[in-house]
Design a protein around this ligand. Structure first.
Ligand code: F6P
Length: 363
């Protein structure tokens, strides 16, 4: 009988998931292995299992297709996070059931493509006896152990394009434009897109902000006859001394949904400066669509690498981008602590060198 491996996508979708699936299926086929796609995330492992054989010849067009042809989920029995990013322990009975489902499918190993939450679950099902290899996915770019996650570059490209568009309307109307981007508790998207998009103010979770610092930028620009201002706000940014702004209640079995800080900031800028201010929330547009060239290549390298790791029986590892190579790190090394924007790193240094405000009082 042919060697058979499984692949599933977990958590929120992002550009490049299909490109990883394609790379796994194609490189597995080269070894004469069969790949089974587990449908709907981890839940697809529970009996009656939901899966389908992924044929080499059906992979055409997947390289640039957004979303995931396998489906995914970031809620339910396999939600790996709750509250503000606290790790959840999955019920041992559910883990045992997942292992039984895995065995019933005759799989040698399972590739889990996911972010921090899904990789946390991947580690738990690995400890429950399923040979697992992880692939780090998320637009948030907040996973330790890899220089970058796939999906991030695509989200930044989209947000940068949005900022270019917001700048022209801000300039035409002499307005302040506030653009809220995703990223959860890390400011990678805001910082990268903000700098690439020429923002005047960038607010990130790593630096609690002060409204007076933001309004000072608006006033200083007015004094220089620059009558518009572009502000980028990460959804997880918060005012010094205040809590995160969330949408709806924080569930015990699900991670809190961040969002709404852009409107709060815009309202306050308008009130304090008298400037006409508008807010634009990019939301899930950042997660949709085709992956960029960088992400296509990264996904393809990650997928091929994951199959290589299975060939070496290196389970409990996650593929990682360590230029110029694709490497492997223990999943335990990657999960449980978020990789945030370093306060003394080059990105913030670059922004400050250009005079961008991060909403703090001193600089
Ligand atoms: O982790 C990816 C992400 O898009 C975050 O940036 C965002 O906070 C969250 O997922 C949104 O999740 P949902 O799809 O459940 O609204």
């Amino acid at each position: 009988m042919k060697t058979r491996i499984g692949i599933l996508t977990g958590g929120g979708d992002c550009p490049g998931l299909n490109a990883v699936i394609r790379a796994v299926v194609k490189s597995a086929a080269k070894r004469d292995w069969e790949t089974l796609g587990i449908l709907g995330g981890f839940e697809g492992l529970l009996r009656p299992t939901h899966s389908r054989v992924l044929d080499y010849h059906q992979m055409d067009g997947l390289l640039y297709l957004g979303g995931t042809v396998l489906g995914t989920s970031n809620k339910g029995q396999f939600s790996g996070k709750s509250g503000h990013g606290e790790t959840r322990t999955i019920d041992p009975a559910v883990l045992a059931e997942a292992r039984a489902g895995f065995e019933s499918l005759g799989l040698r190993a399972l590739v889990v493509v996911g972010g921090d939450g899904s990789l946390t679950i991947a580690q738990q099902i690995f400890e429950a006896g399923i040979p697992v290899v992880g692939v780090p996915k998320t637009i948030d770019n907040d996973i330790e152990g890899t220089v970058v996650t796939f999906g991030f570059d695509s989200a930044v490209a989209f947000a940068t394009d949005a900022l270019d568009r917001l700048r022209s309307t801000a300039q035409s109307h002499d307005r302040v434009m506030v653009c809220e981007v995703m990223g959860r508790y890390a400011g990678w998207i805001a910082a990268h897109a903000g700098i690439a998009g020429g923002a005047d103010v960038i607010l990130i979770p790593e630096i609690p902000f002060h409204m007076e610092a933001i309004c000072r930028v608006v006033s200083e620009r007015e004094a220089q006859d620059k009558r518009f201002t572009l502000v980028v706000v990460a959804e997880g940014a918060r005012e010094a001394g205040r809590d995160f702004i969330t949408l709806g209640a924080t569930g015990a079995i699900r991670e809190a949904r961040l969002g709404g800080i852009g409107a709060v900031v815009a309202e306050e800028i308008g009130r304090r400066t008298g400037k006409e201010t508008r807010v634009c929330v990019l939301g899930h547009l950042q997660r949709g669509g085709a992956p960029t060239t960088f992400d296509r290549l990264l996904c393809t390298r990650f997928g091929a690498s994951a199959v290589r790791l299975i060939g070496e029986e290196k389970y409990g590892y996650m593929v990682a981008h360590r230029p110029p190579d694709t490497d492997a790190v223990l999943i335990t090394h990657a999960v449980g602590r978020l990789r945030t924007v370093p306060l003394d790193g080059d990105i913030l240094r670059t922004g400050r060198a250009l005079g961008i405000s991060f909403g703090d009082l001193a600089p």
